[in-house]
Ligand binder design. Structure first.
Ligand code: F1P
Length: 354
């Protein structure tokens, strides 16, 4: 069967998440930033989407000034990122720990005489070039065999959230994150329904999400490209979609809207508008947003069983964690429908080595 590693790794998330949440405390405590003006997160592909997630979590939860930059930009255009005299923490993400651009970005940062600060890595591969290049490296306990990243993505996301909480502890957020992890099975229960949606006759996939959900929308689009070889799978900040891209909407468009905490009252009219223009719509939300989500052609609520208030306390971090497996499953089922093998997509390898 095609995609057996991928589907096993997607369904392995309820096993992985508690191990990440409970098992990495001492390592996270041993990665202090000290006095830095800013923390820059970098990576490529899915790991770049994690860099965006990490930067936003550290800003919102730890109160640190952050940025996220693709590793190639760090190598080629450092003058727009660093200023002489900066003291900056660099966080380099790579599942394999072998992606050339990430390694070169770390080396280029270290080689600068005019910018200083700690360099931390996050990878799934302990014995890797990335681990060797960083002062300290957090190892996510996931060993994926598929080319595409699925459980390693959410495992790393969870580690980033936990790391942000180490910078600035918040018992309510910690408890709520644990609660979300306890319900890791919830999104997976929608697999059969997502299989049905994956068979819809559409050609354009549009993933919309704002704030912390923007990198999740990007990851959804990337999974659809990588796994299902769908040429038209793109992501936008939700409300940006009105500013031009909307002209492309038609009956062959599937809009997947990731409803956020702060944005819900703006995102709901967007959903109605795009549906009115003929798009098929899929809304992903939490149960407090059920009425909004039900305005779409199909919707999923990701927090069934969560204690009251738990999702609100972690807000969009819990949404990011619980929404992602739905997007992975949608892409997986579309791949199977398209006759593509998600374990080994054409033209791709596990990392890009230049
Ligand atoms: C980064 C990455 C993957 C992608 C691809 C090539 O890998 O861009 O996200 O699926 O096949 O490499 P890594 O640096 O996280 O190992």
């Amino acid at each position: 069967m095609h995609g057996e590693h991928t589907i096993r790794e997607i369904f392995g998330q309820p096993d992985l998440w508690p191990r990440v949440l409970e098992g990495l405390g001492p390592e996270l405590a041993a990665m202090p930033f000290g006095e830095v003006q800013e923390v820059v997160f970098t990576g490529c592909g899915s790991s770049y989407h994690l860099a965006e997630t990490g930067a936003k979590l550290f800003a919102a939860w730890a109160g640190l000034r952050t940025r996220f930059v693709p590793a190639s930009e760090l190598i080629l255009f450092p003058e727009v990122i660093f200023l002489a005299g900066d003291r900056v923490g660099l966080v380099a993400l790579s599942r394999t720990g072998t992606t050339s651009e990430v390694l070169q970005a770390v080396a280029a940062f270290r080689a600068r005489g005019d910018v200083s600060g700690p360099v931390f890595g996050i990878t799934c591969t302990e014995q890797s070039a990335l681990a060797a290049a960083c002062e300290r490296t957090l190892v996510i306990p996931s060993r994926e065999e598929s080319v595409v990243m699925t459980q390693a993505f959410t495992g790393t996301l969870l580690a980033l959230a936990n790391w942000a909480l180490v910078q600035k502890p918040d018992p309510l957020r910690e408890a709520a994150l644990r609660e979300a992890v306890r319900h890791a099975e919830t999104p997976l229960r929608h697999s059969d329904a997502l299989k049905g949606i994956a068979s819809w006759q559409v050609r354009n996939f549009v993933f919309l999400g704002g704030g912390l959900l923007h990198p999740i929308a990007c990851e959804g689009a990337l999974k659809m490209q990588e796994m299902a070889i769908e040429a038209s799978a793109i992501a936008y900040h939700a409300l940006e979609y009105r500013h031009g891209p909307k002209s492309t909407v038609g009956p062959d468009t599937l809009v997947i809207l990731l409803i956020s905490e702060a944005g819900a009252s703006y995102e709901a009219p967007l959903l109605d508008e795009l549906r009115g223009l003929g798009a098929r719509t899929l809304a992903i939300a939490t149960s407090d947003q059920a009425a909004i989500a039900a305005r779409a052609d199909a919707h999923f609520l990701c927090d069934a069983g969560l204690a009251a208030g738990a999702v609100e306390a972690v807000s969009d971090a819990a949404r990011a964690l619980l929404y992602t497996p739905l997007l992975q499953l949608l892409a997986y089922h579309r791949a199977v429908r398209n006759g593509a093998d998600p374990d080994a997509p054409r033209h791709l390898s596990r990392s890009v080595i230049l």
